[in-house]
Design a protein around this ligand. Sequence first.
Ligand SMILES: [Zn+2]
Length: 299
Amino acid sequence: MLRRLYTGRKSTGANMVIKYALQPALMVAVLAVWYFNREALWVYPMVILAVQVVLGTLEYWRPARLDWRQPVKEKLMLIAVYLVVFSFSAAVVVPIYAATLEPGLAQMRAAVGLDIWPSTWPILAQVFLAFFASEFIWYWFHRAEHRWFFIWRVSGHGAHHSFKHLSALNAGANHPLEMFVILVPAAIVELFFGAGLAVAGSAVLTVTLASIAHANIDLNHKVIGWLFTTNRFHIHHHSMVLDESNTNYGCAAIVWDRLFGTFSDADTAEAGTGPTEPTLWQKLLMPYREPQDTQIAPE
Ligand SMILES: [Zn+2]
């Protein structure tokens, strides 16, 4: 049954190139674009757009699961959600954090006298250090969202899990409230640990890997999956089976799951919070009310 739903497993040349080269090639490409344009503000929206166009084209051309191919209407809805979440972050979350979290973290750093960031290292080494450090913090935040009912609710994390079909666009399909959680790990690494500019390179890598993690494309998970999240691992986290959903919390780095015992390498039959997908309105209300058929919310 499952086998019939996969088309990307045929060993044609193009499928093999996509399977083995796409993820490493995109990682190298976005880091190169960032490296040579570190001061340019257009880098971040352009990288997000370019990665989405590449992944979206391949999802249409070579979908891993035919039944997950999203119709145009669903794609447009996801793009609208992406834009709403981005605008909410820019208009609400960032100004609040600029006035509270950022000076707070800088003060904490001064009070502790912390001066451990290796700012003399080559910049790309600093980027990978900032990447694994912020993913370490995100790992525990994300694990907490799935562990405690209160945190699950206030973060609206269930909304991100409520989609039955995943594509690269789902990386941005979060409840607007969850942006208050998502932006914190990078802020801690930048301002408390003093990583500075390296965090910007790390953010470009994180958003690229998170997009790949949701993509409906057949990708290799060996070797690259020792350290980095692949879509096989993250789609398993989106399973509607509770025990499967409580694995693979790293959305961009998988190494912390391997180290802290939450890693799983297995097939996923069905995604979502339950057998049916809530409406957009029900997703928005999830901090207030859980859908009736939800199976993965913590007790
Ligand atoms: Zn989750």
